[in-house]
Design a protein around this ligand. Structure first.
Ligand code: SF4
Length: 225
């Protein structure tokens, strides 16, 4: 039976001197401001923002695809199906995951298509423009565990471009991300375009990374029965 997130039960508890209710209020204001953001002329809105549910687990993806904006939630299409399947194997279904993990991205609007047909990679300028939204979320929620998903998010969270995914997936890293110290456990992008996680060594490294995530204290606190 899938585990349910216990995030709602944290409501009212003190977190570093700030009540969870205060954090939720601040996240509501943050979300309203983010959804109204039109800072970049080069992307296709609307921005996508997780519901105002505080979590100590902060997932950072690359950017929404063409459908997420209309659906108003991150990982709402095929990549999300794969991502949620990975965690379902560990007893956490999509609904529980969305409740217990705050899902962000280095860019919060769809960047558009690349000439090759896939989604365009966000530019350094676009990511810099969007970074204050992530910084505000990190400052508000003080995550203990950060899960960057895909090469671009991994590069942003670890602070350096890895030579290969095999170098960084399957290990826990200690990082300082946007001024906050946290553990980071990277995942490959679950996009159907990539086969890295289906072939060795990616398959074993993905299994190792998922094992590290679900045994992390922040995960256990969020999803303990
Ligand atoms: S990508 Fe980020 S900074 Fe740019 S318009 Fe969207 S939400 Fe605003």
């Amino acid at each position: 039976m899938p585990l349910r997130a216990r995030g709602r039960r944290l409501h009212g508890e003190l977190r570093d001197g700030v009540t969870a209710a205060t954090t939720i209020r601040r996240l509501v204001m943050h979300r309203e401001a983010l959804l109204a953001c039109r800072r970049c002329a080069t992307v296709i809105g609307p921005p996508v923002c997780h519901p105002p549910r505080p979590s100590r687990i902060y997932l950072v993806g690359q950017a929404p695809g063409p459908r997420e904006g209309a659906r108003g939630r991150p990982f709402a299409h095929t990549a999300g199906k794969t991502l949620f399947r990975w965690f379902e194997a560990h007893g956490v279904d999509e609904a529980a995951f969305r409740e217990g993990v705050y899902m962000s991205a280095v860019l919060r609007c769809f960047p558009g298509k690349a000439p090759s047909g896939g989604d365009r990679l966000p530019s350094a300028e676009e990511m810099a423009a969007c970074r204050p939204w992530l910084a505000e979320e990190v400052a508000l929620m003080k995550p203990q565990l950060i899960v960057p998903v895909g090469r671009l998010a991994i590069e942003q969270v670890l602070g350096a471009r890895p030579a290969s995914l095999a170098e960084v997936v399957g290990r826990a890293h200690r990082v300082k991300f946007l001024g906050r110290g946290a553990d980071a456990i990277a995942l490959p992008h679950p996009s159907g375009v990539s086969s890295w996680h289906k072939l060795e060594p990616g398959k074993s490294l993905l299994a190792k990374a998922l094992g590290l995530i679900v045994s992390h204290p922040a995960w256990r606190a969020a999803f303990a029965g």
